[in-house]
Design a binder for this molecule. Structure first.
Ligand SMILES: [Zn+2]
Length: 411
């Protein structure tokens, strides 16, 4: 298969991309128009990019909002109450059906790489067992990383440590954590040491729900970063949310940034979820409840955007479209300056791939997997401005999804 008339980010002119089976065989500058053969694709001067990445989602909770009751206040705390009601009704098949429906929604929007957190604070590890099956059954659609996520804590939950170890043994790819939710600060610190030990011993990646609160005293990020630095594991460690950073004072943050840079860890922000759930103890002025996305980026560190929830007790909206999260995030994080806009797709492609350690399994380069998207616009700015879409998604050298844009007739 050949993709003609492709515009590539960071390159002038049009290009022709030749796929050979499941690999990219050639990428060449295109000097003249070539006839497009049957089975080839015409990018028509629009961007061709590697697939979008969903770096932070909870596939075990999606599509449950309103079952049996809606979250009326919209708060995190009522979300936990509503989830407890729904959790009582969860079955193996129910988890698999909802996860697969959600994966279809992600695929429809050009996502081919997903990292999902799965709650392992359950003595039966039922959701994890269901998601391990989903990972195998959806390999033709996405590459799925499963995080062993201790929703109710590692130290604060009965047998929390053993459940984490079991989850990794069963086949979870990534070690998770939630230090700010542990009962005490000491437990938060020891949970991080435990989970970093576990990751180091097993070779797993790390992705911690870290300081997801407006409490400026929640300072587990420094502990995670220091553990990553000392162990030389930074490239394999991600801090999700870190919303407390939006409430840290600048003096502390300037010291913290020195450590964060040395540690080499990545950051994931879920801007729509955080703007919705945080700031709830404020009247006015009201905080945005997000981490310092622009500042992390300006400091040369790796940061990307995720959806977190789709139609669950914590967040009632969402449709799988990561471009919607990008647009909202750019607004919320004060990133509509032209320098940010013209490279904004980094936040849902290359930066996310780096956080997920996709390495040579990702990117438009000869020899890499023949996974790519044809978008509806010629550059990053126009994609965001026009609220564009992924029009074609190619995976393993074959068309996985094709979208026909809406057409408008004027009188
Ligand atoms: Zn999350």
């Amino acid at each position: 298969m050949i993709i003609h008339n492709a515009r590539l980010r960071g390159h002038d002119g049009l290009h022709r991309i030749t796929l050979n089976g499941a690999r990219i065989a050639a990428i060449e500058a295109q000097h003249a128009l070539h006839p497009i053969a049957e089975g080839d694709l015409d990018a028509a001067g629009n961007l061709v990019v590697p697939p979008f990445v969903e770096p932070h989602i909870h596939l075990d909770a999606t599509l449950t909002a309103g079952e049996p009751n809606w979250n009326m206040s919209g708060t995190l705390f009522e979300g936990i109450e509503r989830w407890a009601e729904r959790k009582a009704l969860v079955t193996h098949e129910d988890t698999k059906t909802r996860a697969k429906k959600t994966i279809d929604m992600l695929v429809d929007h050009g996502i081919q790489h997903v990292r999902t957190h799965v709650d392992v604070t359950d003595p039966t590890l039922a959701a994890l067992k269901a998601m391990l099956e989903v990972r195998e059954e959806t390999r033709h659609l996405i590459d799925l990383q499963i995080v062993a996520f201790p929703q109710e804590g590692i130290e604060s939950y009965a047998n929390g440590r053993a459940l984490m170890e079991q989850a990794i043994e069963l086949g979870a790819d990534v070690v998770g954590g939630i230090p700010h939710f542990e009962n005490t600060r000491d437990q938060g610190v020891s949970s991080i040491k435990f989970l970093m030990d576990l990751a180091e011993r097993t070779g797993c990646l790390v992705d911690v729900h870290c300081d997801e609160t407006d409490d400026p005293q929640s300072r587990f990020l420094e502990v995670l970063a220091e553990e990553a630095r000392v162990r030389g594991m930074g490239a394999r460690v991600t801090a999700s949310h870190t919303t407390a950073m939006g409430s840290y004072d600048n003096a502390y943050c300037s010291k913290l940034f020195r450590l964060l840079k040395m540690s080499g860890i990545s950051f994931i922000s879920c801007p729509t979820e955080s703007i919705h759930l945080q700031g709830r103890f404020d009247t006015y002025p009201k905080r945005r409840g997000l981490t310092r996305v622009a500042e992390i980026d300006r400091a040369g560190m790796n940061v990307c955007f995720g959806q977190d929830s789709i139609v669950d007790p914590w967040y009632p909206l969402g449709n799988g479209n990561i471009l919607r999260i990008l647009e909202a995030g750019l607004h919320i994080c004060h990133m509509l300056g032209y320098e940010d806009l013209k490279r904004s797709l980094d936040l849902i492609t290359d930066n996310s791939a780096r956080a997920l350690n996709l390495g040579e399994g990702y990117g438009l380069e000869v020899g890499r997997p023949a996974n790519l998207l044809i978008l509806s616009a010629p550059d990053d700015y126009e994609m965001v401005r026009s609220q564009g879409h992924a029009l074609v998604s190619v995976r393993h050298g074959k068309v996985l999804m094709r979208r026909t844009p809406a057409s408008i007739e004027r009188a």
